[in-house]
Design a protein around this ligand. Structure first.
Ligand SMILES: CC(C)(COP(=O)(O)OP(=O)(O)OC[C@H]1O[C@@H](n2cnc3c(N)ncnc32)[C@H](O)[C@@H]1OP(=O)(O)O)[C@@H](O)C(=O)NCCC(=O)NCCS
Length: 218
């Protein structure tokens, strides 16, 4: 995206743990399932994540190419409450990224509908800089992509990344996303209009990227 931490609660009830591939009938509007892979858990954001997100996602290096996040604890709490409401309304999902050994979120993955059926969706992501290059992003991204295609039922997942955002574009490229074009001067940040790359992943891109990874490993 344009990762947006926009805002406007309640503590969620404990969520069932679900393998995204098997959870086709999961009612994520009622309760967001917990997704797990090696070293990482993705779960619903909790108001108690606000302090950690404030500390980790408001640094200059994280925010340079994304929409400005809240600047206060209360602002993050409002964002989390907004995210929970939007999920219940079926328009948006925000997963907290929790590495093994942690209790609170160190980042997030957002997915929002681009049409009322949620067939096309846009996603965005941010991690605290201490976790960059750790493998956490790819593990979480794979869970979210599977969730978007297999549980939400999306058939196209778009992302926008400022052209100058080397890590953001590099991260999307290595997932197998296809760069479809440049959106000229589409993102206003710090008083400058930035060009953005439009990336999209379709289910078939996903299988192709796995085949490439398989070839690299063997
Ligand atoms: C985007 C983000 C979640 C990715 O997580 P990450 O842990 O940094 O991602 P990874 O390290 O797994 O992948 C980034 C890739 O980009 C590559 N990369 C880094 N700088 C690059 C550059 N200037 N040009 C091209 N590729 C670059 C890295 O080498 C890496 O590829 P590799 O693993 O093959 O070496 C994280 O960087 C982040 O939170 N950034 C700030 C918020 C943000 O910009 N969000 C994206 C909005 S689209």
């Amino acid at each position: 995206m344009a990762t947006h931490l926009s805002a406007d609660a309640q503590r969620e009830p404990a969520a069932p743990m679900v393998n995204a591939r098997e959870a086709v009938s999961s009612d994520w509007r009622a309760t967001l399932p917990v997704l797990k892979a090696k070293g990482i858990t993705l779960r619903e954001l909790r108001v108690s994540d606000a302090a950690s997100l404030l500390a980790l996602l408001t640094t200059e290096e994280v925010t340079r190419f994304i929409s400005p996040p809240p600047t206060t604890l209360e602002g993050f709490e409002r964002f989390i409450q907004w995210a929970q409401r939007e999920r219940k309304n079926g328009r948006y999902i925000c997963f907290a990224v929790v590495p093994d050994g942690y209790d609170t979120a160190v980042g997030l993955f957002q997915v929002r509908q681009l049409d009322p059926m949620f067939g096309t969706a846009e996603w965005g992501f941010a991690l605290g800089a201490a976790f960059w290059g750790s493998g956490l992003f790819v593990s979480g991204a794979e869970l979210v992509i599977d969730f978007a295609f297999n549980v939400i039922g999306a058939y196209r997942l778009e992302a926008r990344a400022a052209v100058e955002n080397g890590r953001g574009n590099g991260a999307l490229r290595k997932l197998g996303a296809v760069q479809e074009g440049i959106l000229r001067k589409s993102f206003l940040r710090n008083g400058r209009y930035l060009d953005q790359s439009l990336w999209a992943i379709l289910p078939e891109d996903r299988y192709r990227s796995k085949a490439v990874w398989g070839a690299k490993i063997s």
